[in-house]
Design a protein around this ligand. Structure first.
Ligand code: ATP
Length: 654
């Protein structure tokens, strides 16, 4: 018996044993999972489609979603081949030894495959009717219908924002004066351009790497918009405040945005400071009024009241959430999307920010500068000019002060795909970067000495502050050091590393004077990661916090604290949504957060999760120091593999 047959006979749930032979073959080869096959065959039964090549295409579209793609391109052999890579437990169960992707079966003949799809009652073809079929075939891509509709919504609403006439033209003199005052340096041309653009247009996409001044630009741009709005006819200057919403995909990122914007505003000239106020930031889910994964209080029939909506860390916003956000905006509201498209994309399907940045100029979008004589496009490259027509302004000058830091040059070398430069910076080992060259599946004590010291120091501070009932100190300590990994399971996965760090911290902080909370999960000093949304409590998937002593330590009362150390959210343990202990996290989870020190433990070079975006995102989470633990081959593999995500958004509709 073959391994596959053995597994099937054993009732292996990873094999869809009763599926048509063609699907079973691709299932056994690891290209689609049993669940993908089940979805496809169920849709086939509903629509009376029996052609196995069509069902295979549908199963591939389902499979592609788990890799973050919105659709699958059947004419792209490279992309199809990436589906054969084993998956991480993050996204589904990998197939084990013996039923791995040994010999992918031959693909159906392309022309016949397309004919079968186009004739299928399961599939709508092109952009028009019928609207009620489960899958859609457009421009050589097969979508599950829900994702097709979300992509169309994003495309339609983004294009409408780009093509719309300029918003009530502000007094040009007043705009110029505000721009000159708030972006005074000659070199601030792109920041000034972003603000001028946001003053006149309904969509601005502000991108740039770490330290290029995105947050600074957001804060000053708000001051410009408030000034210009105050000058509108019929209103006294300064009294016509725009309603502004700041949002980010995670609570952590929202807290950082709020703090950073307020810090910049505090340093503005008094009138600008007064006009801009102290804007609050929230999560995108909370802004929209989260009710369930697909239902929000604000939608196309009940718009958000805001005049200006700024979304930070937009790279993490998946396609479906972007569709809901765009629907919920008033058509005349200004949307400013901020982010770094070189970071990891969302966990759910889509790479909207990357797609918006890479699109060719949208037909009908007015080209050229938007108002403001102090903005000149002469300093921009021609491709940047095209980008501006699509609302995209990319900041390129790194302003962050610390010239001795090697973290930003390291990030730049990763982004540029220059593995030699990446290794050179890492091996130099100065300026807050370090490479511990080691096989991470078999780490020796000595290789992890530095990591252990960092983790133990941070843990000791965390536990001390928590035991002292000091929420601010505990939340600060939570960001002192973080171990990051790519995988959830296995020898280089979160579970193993979280247990390791926990053991180190327990060793270092064992305190017999504190009543040991044996058998309870509510141990003071335990760092928490929220794993599902709970709008009633105000906690969302990805929020991190810590358990601290409340009141007299001898009472044994414990409360969980989250968010901004300056104004922590306190939650009683019985009200907590599901949480995990967070001594280590995946890089995906860490996105949107920053830590003073970061230790990144790389998987072996063959890991499919080892991508350029993963390395870039991990490195740019570190404020002062980043340690990369892994082999040079693993570093090279990461730099060599930018993520591929299929979507139709970059191309015009056929
Ligand atoms: N035009 C400018 N001139 C001088 N310094 C600037 C300018 N813009 C920003 N800075 C400074 O550069 C630093 C980084 O700015 P900021 O935090 O806004 O960047 P960012 O792109 O939001 O970074 P990150 O994404 O890493 O948070 C800050 O110290 C800020 O004061």
């Amino acid at each position: 018996m073959t391994d596959t047959a053995t597994a099937a006979a054993d009732g292996d749930v990873r094999l869809a044993v009763d599926a048509p032979a063609l699907l079973l073959e691709f299932n056994a080869a690891g290209l689609v999972a049993a669940t993908d096959v089940h979805v496809a065959t169920r849709l086939g039964r509903l629509t009376r489609e029996e052609d196995p090549t069509v069902l295979l295409a549908v199963a591939l579209a389902v499979r592609a979603l788990r890799g973050g793609s919105v659709c699958v391109r059947l004419d792209d052999p490279d992309e199809l081949a990436t589906l054969a890579l084993p998956e991480d437990a993050d996204r589904g169960e990998p197939l084990g030894d013996g039923i791995g992707p040994a010999a992918p079966p031959p693909w159906p003949e392309h022309a016949a495959w397309v004919r079968a799809i186009e004739a299928s009652p399961l599939v709508a073809v092109g952009t028009g009717d019928p609207q009620d079929r489960p899958a859609r075939w457009v421009g050589g891509r097969l979508y599950l219908d829900r994702y097709w509709r979300d992509e169309l919504t994003v495309r339609r609403l983004v294009d409408a924002r780009l093509q719309a006439p300029a918003l009530a033209p502000p007094g040009a003199d007043r705009l110029d004066a505000a721009l000159s005052r708030l972006f005074p340096a000659a070199g601030d041309v792109r920041q000034r351009l972003a603000a001028a653009h946001a003053a006149g247009r309904r969509l601005t996409v502000l991108t740039g790497g770490p330290g290029t001044g995105k947050t600074t630009t957001v804060a000053r741009l708000l001051a410009v918009l408030q000034d210009v709005a105050g000058a509108a006819p019929g209103t006294a200057p300064g009294s016509a405040g725009l309603r502004v919403a700041l949002a980010a995909p995670t609570g952590k990122a929202a807290a950082r945005l709020q703090e950073a914007v307020r810090d910049v505003v505090a340093d503005l000239p008094p009138d600008d400071r007064a006009r801009t106020g102290r804007p609050d930031a929230t999560t995108v889910h909370r802004l929209l009024g989260y009710r369930s994964a697909t239902r929000f209080r604000h939608h196309a029939g009940h718009h958000l009241p805001h005049d200006v909506i700024v979304v930070d860390e937009t790279s993490m916003v998946p396609l479906s959430l972007m569709a809901r956000l765009l629907e919920a905006l008033r058509p005349d509201a200004r949307l400013v999307l901020v982010g770094d498209p070189d970071q990891l994309a969302s966990v759910e399907a889509g790479a909207v920010l990357g797609d918006l940045v890479a699109r060719p100029p949208v037909a009908g979008a007015p080209a050229g500068p938007v108002g403001g004589a102090v903005v000149s496009e002469a300093d921009l490259s021609p491709t940047e000019g095209d980008g501006v027509a699509n609302g995209v302004v990319r900041l390129v000058t790194v302003h962050r002060q610390d010239e001795s830091s090697a973290i930003l040059p390291l990030a730049a070398a990763i982004r540029d795909g220059d593995a030699d430069a990446v290794l050179a910076v890492l091996r130099e080992g100065t300026g807050g970067v370090e490479l511990v060259e080691a096989d991470t599946e078999r780490l020796e004590e000595q290789a992890v000495a530095g990591l252990r010291d960092d983790a133990t120091d941070a843990g000791r501070r965390l536990v001390a502050a928590a035991r002292a009932g000091d929420p601010a100190g505990a939340l600060e300590a939570l960001t002192a050091h973080r171990v990051m990994v790519a995988h959830r399971r296995g020898p280089v996965g979160v579970a193993r590393w979280a247990a390791q760090v926990e053991a180190w911290v327990e060793d270092a902080t064992a305190d017999t004077s504190v009543a040991a909370a044996v058998g309870t999960p509510w141990v003071v000093g335990r760092p928490l990661l929220v794993t599902s949304n709970d709008p009633d409590v105000g906690l969302y998937n990805g929020d991190t916090g810590v358990l601290v002593t409340e009141g007299d330590p001898s009472d044994g009362a414990v409360v969980a604290v989250f968010g901004d150390p300056r104004a922590p959210l306190r939650v009683r343990t019985h009200r907590l949504p599901p949480v995990e202990t967070v001594h280590a996290m995946t890089v995906h989870r860490a996105q949107g957060s920053q830590f003073r020190r970061v230790s990144l433990v790389l998987p072996p070079p063959t890991s499919p999760l080892l991508t350029r975006e993963l390395l870039y995102t991990a490195v740019t989470r570190a404020q002062e120091f980043v340690r990369v633990v892994g082999t040079a081959e693993a570093v090279r593999a990461a730099v060599a593999h930018p993520v591929r995500r299929a979507s139709g958004l970059r191309d015009p509709l056929p």
